[in-house]
Design a protein around this ligand. Structure first.
Ligand code: B12
Length: 221
């Protein structure tokens, strides 16, 4: 029987939402091998995990379901990573310091963005999760990176982001650093509110924003 990508995607979504841990990776792999774009696979997985998040918020699901959904997402991420070609150039086009600020331990979206950025020629310093503001500032000073990528899944992460901006201002580094945030807890409104440069809910869009920034900087110099 001929494999149909649309049917495969429906099955993938069903398996994800039913927490069928054993069939997810194989299903995702088959979808990609049959021509589905990694971007579409990421979007499908993101929709599923957001659905789990909504059910958690409604009280239908509890922490164990949240944990399992994260584990399933990691399996999908592994497939995406396997099929994301690394950049050919040895010369890096820019440097990004990346992390999830203090108090927040969500890492899935940040790590996917990091993989995409590396595959597109950026040097990425992924600092992990629960990173104190001063550590971000130290890393920016040490590496001379011009981009700071922050991931925020909890609304409480606003305070550490504000603190990062303040510390960069006091060190005279704010103007030299392009700050982009992503993750479910972020909104476009944060750009003005927190004094950052950009926001996105989509790793690919984030990459495009940073790439056009690099192009603009090169054109100006
Ligand atoms: C999975 C999950 C978990 C897992 C995380 C596993 C892991 N290793 O990361 C676990 C179980 C650990 C967890 C814990 C908790 N969670 Co949780 N979690 C989720 C869930 C369901 C999915 C998050 C996720 O990974 N999404 C998939 C990724 C791919 O999406 P994403 O992060 O948005 O990333 C995409 C883009 O935004 C972008 N992006 C992301 N970061 C960046 C960064 C840059 C620079 C760029 C350019 C782009 C970019 O690229 C990605 C791909 O396109 C969300 C629900 C939701 N709607 O998000 C709740 C959610 C975030 N969690 C929530 C809560 C409350 C918690 C807990 C407090 C629960 C508890 N009682 O303990 C703890 C928090 C612990 C802590 N201190 O951080 C709430 C937050 C509510 C709020 N407004 O603050 C949510 C929204 C669920 C809900 N609806 O109530 N969680």
């Amino acid at each position: 029987m001929v494999y149909d990508v649309s049917d495969g995607l429906t099955r993938f979504t069903k398996d994800f939402l039913a927490f069928n841990m054993d069939s997810i990776e194989e299903g995702a792999e088959r979808l990609i091998r049959s021509g589905l774009d990694t971007k579409e696979l990421l979007s499908a997985a993101q929709k599923c995990i957001e659905d789990v998040g909504r059910k958690f918020e409604n009280g239908e699901y509890y922490l164990p379901e949240l944990v399992v959904s994260g584990e399933i997402f990691i399996k999908v991420s592994n497939v995406i990573k396997r099929h994301t070609n690394p950049a050919n150039e040895t010369k890096k086009i820019g440097t990004i310091v990346l992390g999830t600020p203090q108090g927040d331990i969500h890492c899935l979206g940040k790590d996917i963005f990091g993989v995409l950025a590396e595959a597109n020629g950026f040097l990425v310093h992924n600092m992990g999760v629960d990173v104190p503001p001063s550590k971000f500032v130290e890393k920016l000073e040490e590496t001379g990176a011009s981009v700071l990528g922050l991931s925020a899944l909890l609304t409480t992460t606003y305070d550490p982001i504000r603190e990062i901006v303040l510390q960069l201002e006091s060190k005279g580094l704010r103007q030299k650093t392009f700050i982009i945030v992503g993750g479910a807890a972020t909104t476009k409104g944060m750009v003005n509110k927190l004094g950052i440069n950009a926001q996105t809910w989509d790793a690919y869009e984030g990459l495009r924003i940073i790439q056009s920034l690099i192009r603009d900087t090169e054109d100006a110099s």
